[in-house]
Write a protein that binds this ligand. Structure first.
Ligand code: UD1
Ligand code: CA
Length: 452
């Protein structure tokens, strides 16, 4: 019986303090843009209707919006006249919507679903407007929440317009608000700009709703959740909070992190049960680690799937398209890109495997290189099940090594090798008996002569 919800996400701010050519809301936390985080949150709370308000010349923000949430509409706010004006930029979306309205800021990426759900719950309990507040460590320039004796919200006072007593209030406005109004455009349209900043304040909606007999409610959350990002330092601060939460969640769900504060997760990292992660491991986007796998120290992993019981690292690099089966071993200084390794395959030391496949139980010796690139095109190396590639072999793609074949160490393989064959490409070994002994004697004499 829940009413439909329209979420309007404000993203028109330029973010000057980032000192960046990229709009602020496209800066990333855990591998996903701040806007992407907010869109994902909006989608997760009955968010079938999404509107993003962008500034002029922000085509790139519109693109990110559509790629993160194809059903979302982007609206342009031509001039930044304040938060109420920004919401009204999405007028067309609001006009056609009968239901609740939620306003989020795209530069506030740490909000949780639980908090938004309890905010919307206030509307179910009869409030016409619900505001998310927090006890600020330093209230500074935040809007202050002025509450009545019954705990309801009387007004929000922007810091620049507040008197001394109001400035002492520590309960502040996060900016997140939800509305349950029959005519939201009427309320928004009545907001003026006769204030210290000359802006149209969305916060003025509280007094307008109350003057019409409506009730305004406050939901209080932790300050960390509503941290706004305005600078690179705050971006790093938000990243740190996000990482702490994600590590805690991973441990609660059954992953061992030996030194949690040194492991960096992505927004979409999936870790199975009894996975063990040693210190200093970095996960880029798109990684799944199945149950019981072990990732040893100093490994860098992105776009990879790691099968159950696999052992990775230390110092392994898995790049996009690395798909590792059960019990695969990948050791130190091995780089794998766009290669599938079958169950029980091993590449334990110092190799580059790019573009191709390695059959189950095959063994890739130290120093093996898949020579996948000819300067123009990429080619595939395909290695059959149970094949044995001797150390320091160069496999020049396109090339296929049959199942169970042996490649002699140091070979440069340019032609396909049949199953169960031995391929060897190296010059014959030469020996000269006693040569070393004679050489040493001769050189020792020469050195003694020179010293005289
Ligand atoms: C706003 C709130 C304040 C609250 C604070 C929390 C108002 C009037 N004030 O203040 O009570 O404590 O957030 O951080 O709402 N934006 C636009 N177009 C505009 C203006 C803003 O898209 O014309 C966007 C910004 O990009 C930003 C958000 O809205 O994401 C908030 O705007 P900002 O100027 O930072 O509001 P504050 O003055 O900080
Ligand atoms: Ca702000």
């Amino acid at each position: 019986m829940s009413r439909p919800l329209l979420t309007v996400i404000l993203a028109a701010g330029k973010g000057t303090r980032m000192r960046s050519s990229l709009p602020k809301v496209l800066h990333r936390i855990a591998g996903r843009s701040m806007l992407g985080h907010v869109l994902a949150l909006a989608k997760s709370v009955r968010g079938e209707k999404l509107a993003v308000v962008v500034g002029p010349d922000m085509e790139i923000v519109r693109k990110e919006t559509l790629s993160a949430a194809p059903s979302a509409e982007a609206y342009v706010q031509t001039q930044q006249l304040g938060t109420a004006d920004a919401v009204l930029a999405a007028r067309e979306a609001i006009k056609g919507h009968a239901g609740d309205l939620l306003v989020l800021f795209a530069d506030t990426p740490l909000l949780t679903q639980d908090t938004i759900t309890s905010l919307l719950g206030e509307l179910d309990r009869g409030a016409q407007v619900a505001v998310l507040g927090f006890e600020a460590r330093d209230p500074g320039s935040y809007g202050r929440l002025i509450t009545a004796a019954d705990g309801s919200l009387s007004a929000i006072r922007e810091a620049k317009d507040a008197n001394e007593a109001e400035l002492k209030i520590r309960l502040c406005n996060s900016g997140v608000m939800a509305f349950r109004l029959d005519a939201p455009l009427d309320v928004l349209g009545r907001i003026g700009n006769a204030n210290a900043k000359g802006e149209f304040y969305l916060t003025d909606a509280i007094e307008i709703v109350r003057s019409g007999g409506g009730r305004a409610a406050v939901v209080v959350c932790d300050e960390d959740e509503v941290l706004g990002v305005n600078s690179r330092r705050e971006l790093a601060g938000a990243e740190a909070i996000w990482q702490r939460r994600a590590r805690d969640k991973a441990m609660v769900e059954g992953t061992t992190l030996i030194a949690p504060e040194t492991v960096w997760l992505s927004f979409d990292t999936v870790l199975g049960r009894d996975v063990v992660i040693e210190p200093n491991v970095f996960f880029g986007p798109g990684v799944t680690v199945e149950d019981g796998a072990e990732i040893k120290a100093n490994s860098h992993i992105e776009g990879a799937r790691i099968g159950a019981g696999a052992r990775i690292g230390p110092f392994a690099r898995l790049r996009p398209g690395a798909v590792l089966g059960r019990d695969v071993h990948v050791g130190n200084f091995v780089e794998i890109k766009n290669v599938t390794l079958g169950d029980g395959a091993k590449a334990n030391h110092l190799s580059y495997l790019g573009d191709g496949s390695v059959g189950a139980k095959a063994n890739i010796g130290a120093g093996t290189i898949f020579c996948n690139y000819d300067g123009f095109f990429k080619h595939k190396t395909e290695i059959g099940e149970g094949a044995f590639v001797g150390s320091n072999s160069a496999l020049v793609a396109p090339v296929k090594i049959g199942a169970g074949a042996y490649i002699g160490s140091g070979s440069v393989i340019t032609k396909d090798v049949p199953a169960d064959a031995l391929a060897l490409e190296r010059s014959g070994q030469e020996e000269r008996a006693g040569w070393a002994q004679k050489f040493r004697t001769m050189m020792a004499r020469r050195k003694a002569g020179a010293a005289k």
